[in-house]
Design a protein. Structure first.
Length: 681
């Protein structure tokens, strides 16, 4: 019995010794994990508080220099180190601070501003980021709804492409946001389709958009989404059931009122011409197409409206004074015609046509001739050579020399001298000559040699803007009188001449047609004409140079296409000579006159169409061309205000056109010259 007690006592002693050894071998962190402490901090410096927590929890903290202030923490019971650490994190959050783990195992304490751009924080008070996928509402409206619930350190980002919302905030706040999104991301709307019997779906949809729009809002922003289906003349409604019930009642009421409405309706057109639209509508309803012209002054309805035929559904007339149509038809036909008019009465696109006409010419003329004259003592010619292509004819010079023997008062003497002077003034190149006496005979000669090289570079750029499928014409030139007939009356004492004026210059006629693919079909007639001189010295008839092109081509929007061209080369050799003598070797050149002419012309026409789809395109184009002309005026007179700006300010009282991106407010008068916008490059 004593032996057993001794053995038991030895085992207990061994166990106690082992326990002491194990307790002595535990690390310091395990010992601290079992310690509990009561927090009672009153107005302590936050950096000292962080140091105490680091000592009690065994963690390493890196404190940002911006961390300052005091803290107050009180606990009513002892806290474990884990509980102490969570209280520590909550205290930091209350003071606008977050704890961010680092790669070395330490923790960085920094202000909460900008935490959304940094890494995730730690603890139950950590800062986190979550992506919410929306199924029934759009991301933009959801972001506006939850943004007030996010703290000042958080951020909300809407992604419309994936219909998601990204929220960065503390974890507990993210739970509130998650619950809110779950409540609002629910589709409680219904879809209702209403087929109209008497009204137009387009018209009813426009009325509902205006009526359901919120006060101060735009049409189409109401609680009920309204969509018109023209193919079935139906209205599709989407919204809350209660709101749909009210809207359906309104639609049924409007549709019933249309059944009992008057059968006569006046439609005022906005863009299309009523005269062009009238035959189309008359063919649709089976009415005889009007052919007579309206009365002068455009007063009253169109007198050309044909009477209704048996079984005809409608009668349509035109009121030219207001560009309006008067339609008398049943409600169903009224609706059908209204849909047709709505689709045709739209703003038409425009096309700017720019043409470049380039003509390069090079002319070379070489002339060489000798003229002889042999006369008697009394001046009567007995032998002479005269060539029509010579600018200095010898006969006129010889006549002036012979006229010196006439009396000073004889008018023939002055006439002969004038003819000789004019002949010499019209000569080109080298002119030489001489004369003498052989016995009783007088002789003289003139040598004329000339070489003329001329070149021209003609560049013309006509341009004009017109509506789609509308022909337009631009002419820049002169009206030149052309003689078409002449009659001599009363013994040739009263001549009667008829003339016709003809356009000379650059003329462009074009009709563009915009295709569905963005290309433009151009029906073009381009004409370039000029005066080349008179037909002969004895006639006043004019020689006109004319280049004309008429074609149809397809060009993409904004591209340049060559519409046509011509390469013309002309060589001509003219020889005036005296038979037999001009063939004699060595001296044959003294009895002939040679003229060589070479002309080369290269003509090319380029066309560039530009589609003007919107008022902004037209404004941008106008501003560009206006700026170019204004810049040219500044280049000529850089120290003066451009006359274009002065004219707009003083007469039209508006501002120069500017590109749409620079146009913020509508131009108003008066305009200060110092505030005019600069020229846009």
């Amino acid at each position: 019995m004593i032996r057993s007690s001794s053995r038991l006592f030895g085992r207990l002693a061994a166990l106690m010794l082992a326990a002491l050894v194990v307790q002595a071998g535990l690390p310091a962190t395990a010992a601290r994990a079992q310690e509990r402490q009561i927090l009672n901090v009153q107005g302590a410096d936050i950096r000292a508080f962080i140091q105490d927590i680091a000592r009690s929890t065994g963690r390493t903290f890196i404190v940002d220099p911006a961390v300052t202030g005091t803290v107050t923490v009180t606990s009513d019971r002892p806290l474990t180190p884990a509980e102490t650490y969570e209280v520590f994190l909550s205290t930091l959050r209350a003071n606008g601070l977050v704890v961010i783990p680092t790669g070395s195992g330490a923790y960085r304490i920094a202000p909460a501003q900008g935490a959304a751009q940094g890494p995730a924080t730690v603890g139950t008070e950590r800062f986190s980021t979550e992506v919410f996928q929306l199924h029934h509402i759009d991301a933009a409206s959801a972001a506006e709804t939850i943004r007030p619930l996010v703290g000042p350190q958080g951020q909300v980002l809407a992604n419309p492409n994936s219909n998601t919302v990204v929220v960065a905030d503390f974890v507990d706040n993210l739970a509130r946001v998650r619950a809110l999104i779950a409540r609002i991301d629910v589709d409680r709307t219904d879809i209702v389709v209403i087929t109209l019997e008497n009204s137009s779906a387009r018209e009813i949809a426009a009325v509902l958009d205006e009526v359901l729009a919120p006060v101060g809002g735009q049409a189409g922003q109401g609680l009920v989404k309204v969509t018109a289906v023209e193919s079935s003349n139906s209205i599709v409604l989407r919204g809350e059931p209660a709101a749909l019930t009210r809207v359906q009642s309104l639609i049924f009421d409007l549709d019933q009122r249309a059944l009992t409405s008057d059968d006569v309706r006046v439609v005022f057109l906005e863009h299309i011409d009523a005269e062009q639209l009238l035959p189309v509508l008359q063919q649709i309803v089976g009415q005889a197409v009007s052919t007579e012209a309206p009365s002068a002054g455009g007063e009253g309805a169109d007198s050309a409206a044909a009477p209704p035929a048996p079984g005809q559904r409608a009668t349509i007339a035109r009121y030219p004074g207001a560009n309006a149509l008067v339609i008398s038809a049943p409600p169903e036909t009224q609706r059908m015609l209204g849909d047709v008019i709505a689709q045709l009465d739209r703003r038409r696109q425009q096309v700017l046509i720019e043409a470049i006409v380039v003509e390069l010419s090079d002319n070379a003329v070489r002339e060489l001739g000798v003229q002889w004259l042999l006369a008697g003592e009394d001046g009567n010619p007995v032998l002479a050579t005269n060539y029509t292509d010579r600018a200095a004819p010898l006969l006129s010079v010889g006549g002036a020399l012979a006229g010196r023997d006439l009396d000073a008062d004889d008018p023939l003497r002055d006439q002969l001298a004038t003819a000789a002077v004019n002949g010499l003034l019209g000569a080109n190149g080298f002119i030489g000559g001489g004369g003498g006496r052989i016995g009783d005979a007088l002789f003289g000669f003139i040598i004329n040699a000339a070489k003329t090289d001329s070149g021209s570079n003609l560049l013309q750029t006509p341009s004009l803007m017109t509506l789609d499928n509308e022909e337009a014409t631009i002419l820049v030139g002169q009206e030149v009188p052309i003689t078409t007939g002449e009659t001599l009356l009363n013994g040739n004492d009263n001549p009667f001449r008829t003339t016709q004026r003809q356009d000379i210059g650059v003329k462009l006629i074009v009709r563009p047609q915009i295709n569905a693919g963005g290309s433009v079909t151009l029906f073009i007639r381009q004409e370039v004409s000029s005066i080349n001189g008179i037909l002969s010295s004895n006639a006043n008839d004019l020689i006109l140079d004319k280049r004309e092109l008429e074609t149809t081509l397809v060009v993409d929007d904004g591209d340049i296409a060559v519409a046509g061209g011509l390469l013309d080369q002309n060589d001509r050799l003219s020889v005036d000579r005296v038979p037999v003598l001009s063939d004699v070797p060595l001296i044959g050149g003294l009895f002939r006159s040679e003229s060589r002419q070479r002309g080369r012309t290269n003509l090319m026409i380029f066309i560039r169409p530009t589609i003007i789809r919107s008022p902004a395109d037209a404004q941008r184009l106008t501003a560009d061309r206006w700026g170019y002309m204004r810049q040219e005026q500044l280049r000529v007179a850089p120290d003066q205000e451009p006359s274009l700006d002065e004219l707009l300010r003083d007469y039209i009282r508006t501002q120069p056109p500017v590109p749409p991106q620079y146009l913020e407010v509508a131009p108003v008068a008066p305009v200060d010259g110092d505030t005019l916008p600069p020229v846009q490059p």
